[in-house]
Write a protein that binds this ligand. Structure first.
Ligand code: ADP
Ligand code: MG
Length: 770
């Protein structure tokens, strides 16, 4: 707004200057007009003088020639001239008045006033211009009339001239007539002489008069021509003055238009400014109103706050005073309270201590009770259990009769399976039977209780037994997509250990070994070829250990996978045909779980031995030779030894022949005492494997049928058939100890009775040892 105000101020100054310039121009124009009118006045004056002269001349002529019509006209013209002069005078007066008005000083300088004055003056000027225009028109008319009159005068002059010419003609005619008469008279001498003399005298007088009138006529004509010339000049002057007036008029109109436009612009701007000002004022007003309202509200709020705060302040002061008093008394109070608190805390600690001690005692008692119960349970269930697993028929089994399934199951009892052998069905009862469709998951479900007991410090052995291709490796290791017991067991251990992490600290480590031809080798070691020895711990605990067997500490499933991979690589690089080699050797995965109970400091160590045994099939007794025969002998020996050990354990014999093979010797700790053992007997369902399937199932049943019982019975069963004997007993089902014999019955070996005395001696030894 300020900027536009300044701009407008400038504009106004500029306009004022323009108006001043215009005024100056106007005065100049008016001066010009004045000088013109003065000139015109001068000319009119001279014309008047000339007219006067002419009038005098005419008067003189009239006095000479007498009054003619032309003279009357002239008189009229003179009168008109007089009238014109008077009018001119009136004009002059008006002009003077005009000048006076123009010279009237402008007093007020305020622009609005000036404007109005200017406008007034303009209108006055316009009015005056209008008047002058009217007067000019009148003058024009008069000039026109004058010219008309002049034309009339000229016409009359012409008429009079024509009359004179006629008169001259007439006179010359008379002269000629008189000359003729003179000539005729001359012929009549005397009379004629006389006549001639009179005529001569008369004609001389007439001649003189004629000459005079002719010269006068000439003079008059000259005068008229001069008058005409003057008139013409006057007309020209009038025309030029008319032109000037027209120009002036056009200029006046232009200035008027300009002035009007400037005035309009100024008015518009002033209007706009006024509006803007009003708007700004309105806005400011409304804003101020709103602010005022807010301030009022605030004030009201503050007032109410103040009113509510006053009582609060009063109570605060009161509180402060009382607090001050309390602070003064506080140290004393604190001391007292501290003393009593100390005493109370001491008492509480004492109580807690006592309770804790009691709880710990109870806990230990419970732990022992639990262990006892568990052991009792295991004892009741038998800590050696035998499962059977039948693999599905596969492509490798071929087609047709050979691939026919010979194993069937009992819909009612999941511990029974039937084998079709030589047209008859032989039934076997185990602790549990897994049909071909049983998944790895289902199998592991049955095994996981064993695995977790390892965390409680028990030693566990899981064996996979069966002919090559019956699914031992599948059950133990499985495939990457469908892992077997090994990997699932470790996963379970990890998750269990994590669950107990609040109270227990666990460390899990793994070793992998292989027994081939009764030689023990480390699968995770740097030198897999090296044969390892099994030795007694030098600490006198009677424990066994294998010096140099690598033990990897593992924390996650990833670690396990790495260890397995490493073991596989080691095994593969050491032999030309891995499949064949693996079927001829026992593969062991030994997982050790060491635990520490943080609250009691109790330490536990549990071992989980996962064994993928060598193929149980018998090599043709006649055909095998050399290394193949040696392998077969070693396998046979170690599997027989395993059977012997399990038998001895289950029948609680005093002597268990652990040392008969590297495998049993190595697993001694994990097989004896309150250790738990699972034998997973793998069989093929194909017809072509019937005889091997029969052998494996017989082995399973025999292992299982060894039960704790009366001494006599133990004595009866004291003998464990060797692998060779298994073969011998293999044969027609009629030869075997009955189909589906109840456990512990009908399995008597023919040699059982003979060995009863040996069993008795073992029992005595057992009793003696307490
Ligand atoms: P072994 O280790 O006793 O010689 P494998 O475990 O190598 O026998 O099994 C031989 C073949 O049979 C393998 O290809 C294996 O994948 C397959 N197999 C074994 N058991 C099963 C099963 N329960 N389900 C599916 N395939 C099996
Ligand atoms: Mg295998």
């Amino acid at each position: 707004v300020m900027a536009s105000m300044a701009h407008l101020q400038e504009e106004k100054l500029r306009l004022q200057e323009e108006v001043l310039g215009l005024q100056e121009k106007l005065t100049a124009r008016e001066n010009d007009e004045l000088s013109h009118s003065l000139q015109l006045q001068g000319q009119v004056e001279t014309l008047k003088e000339k007219l006067l002269e002419q009038a005098q001349e005419i008067g003189r002529l009239r006095s000479e020639l007498g009054c003619t019509d032309a003279e009357k006209h002239r008189d009229l013209l003179v009168a008109e001239n007089e009238q014109l002069r008077q009018e001119m005078k009136a004009c002059e007066g008006e002009l003077r008045e005009l000048r006076r008005q123009q010279q009237a000083p402008c007093q007020d300088c305020a622009h609005l006033q000036e404007n109005t004055e200017l406008q007034e003056r303009l209108s006055q000027l316009q009015w005056e211009a209008e008047e002058t225009r009217a007067k000019l028109a009148e003058l024009d008319l008069e000039v026109q009339q004058k010219t008309n009159r002049l034309a009339e005068v000229e016409l009359r002059l012409k008429d009079s001239l024509a009359e004179r010419a006629e008169e001259e003609e007439r006179l010359s005619r008379r002269l000629r007539d008189s000359q003729e008469t003179i000539a005729s008279l001359k012929s009549q001498p005397q009379q004629i002489k006389y006549i001639i003399k009179t005529v001569e005298v008369e004609s001389a007088k007439a001649k003189q008069a004629l000459c005079e009138s002719q010269s006068r006529n000439q003079y008059l004509q000259e005068q008229v021509a001069m008058q005409r010339q003057v008139l013409k000049e006057m007309e020209q002057q009038l025309q030029s003055s008319q032109k000037t007036v027209a120009q002036l008029r056009a200029q006046i109109v232009m200035y008027e238009a300009e002035l009007e436009r400037a005035h309009g612009q100024m008015l518009e701007e002033m209007q706009a400014m006024e509006e803007e000002k009003n708007r700004a004022i309105e806005e400011a007003f409304s804003r101020a109103q709103v602010e005022m309202k807010a301030v009022h509200e605030n004030l009201a709020g503050v007032r109410t706050n103040l009113l509510t705060l006053q009582p609060a302040l009063r109570t605060l002061t009161h509180d402060y005073n009382s607090l001050k008093r309390q602070v003064r008394d506080f140290p004393l109070l604190l001391q007292e309270t501290l003393q009593s608190a100390r005493a109370e805390i001491g008492q509480a600690i004492e109580e807690v201590h006592n309770t804790n001690r009691e709880l710990l005692r109870k806990y230990r008692r419970e732990l022992q009770l639990r262990k006892k119960c568990h052991n009792e349970l295991v004892r009741l269930k038998g800590n050696i259990r035998v499962f059977g697993r039948v693999r599905p028929i596969m492509k490798e089994d071929g087609e047709g009769l050979e691939a026919a399934e010979v194993v069937t199951f009992d819909a009612e009892d999941d511990a029974v399976l039937h084998l079709l052998h030589k047209g008859k069905q032989v039934s076997f009862e185990l602790d549990k039977v897994f049909p071909p469709q049983a998944s790895q998951e289902e199998v592991f479900q049955e095994v996981q209780a064993l695995v977790t007991s390892c965390i409680d410090g028990y030693n566990v052995c899981i064996f996979a037994y069966g002919q090559t291709g019956a699914g031992k490796t599948y059950t133990m290791e499985g495939t990457a997509a469908n892992p077997g017991i090994n990997q699932r067991a470790l996963q379970l251990l990890f998750s269990e250990v994590r669950g107990k992490a609040a109270d227990w600290e666990y460390a899990i480590s793994v070793s992998a070994a292989e027994i081939y031809n009764e030689a023990l080798r480390d699968l995770l070691g740097k030198e897999p070829q090296e044969k390892l020895e099994i030795k007694l711990c030098p600490d006198g605990s009677g424990q066994l250990y294998v010096p140099g067997l690598t033990e990897f500490s593992v924390q996650s499933v990833e670690d396990i996978n790495k260890v397995f991979e490493f073991g596989h690589v080691n095994r593969a690089t050491e032999c030309t045909n891995l499949n064949e080699h693996s079927s001829r050797s026992h593969a062991l995965l030994i997982v050790t779980v060491r635990g520490l109970d943080r609250s009691t400091g109790l330490r536990t160590t549990g071992k989980l031995n996962l064994v993928d045994l060598a193929g149980s099939e018998r090599v043709g007794r006649s055909g095998a030779e050399g290394s193949r025969l040696r392998e077969a002998q070693h396998i046979n020996k170690s599997l027989s030894a395993l059977g012997d050990v399990i038998y001895a354990l289950r029948s609680r014999q005093g002597h268990v022949p652990f040392r008969n093979s590297k495998l049993t010797y190595l697993l001694q700790d994990s097989l004896s005492g309150d250790s738990k053992t699972l034998m997973m007997v793998q069989v093929s369902p194909a017809k072509k494997n019937t005889s091997e399937t029969l052998c494996s199932l017989k082995f399973a049943e025999r292992v299982r049928s060894v039960e704790l019982g009366p001494v006599s019975r133990k004595a009866e069963l004291a003998s464990w058939p060797s692998q060779e004997q298994l073969e011998v007993t293999k044969g027609p089902p009629g030869d075997s100890p009955g189909t589906r014999a109840p456990p512990g019955r009908g399995h008597m070996s023919p040699s059982a009775g003979q060995l009863s005395s040996r069993a008795a001696s073992i029992r005595r030894k057992l009793q003696a040892s307490g």
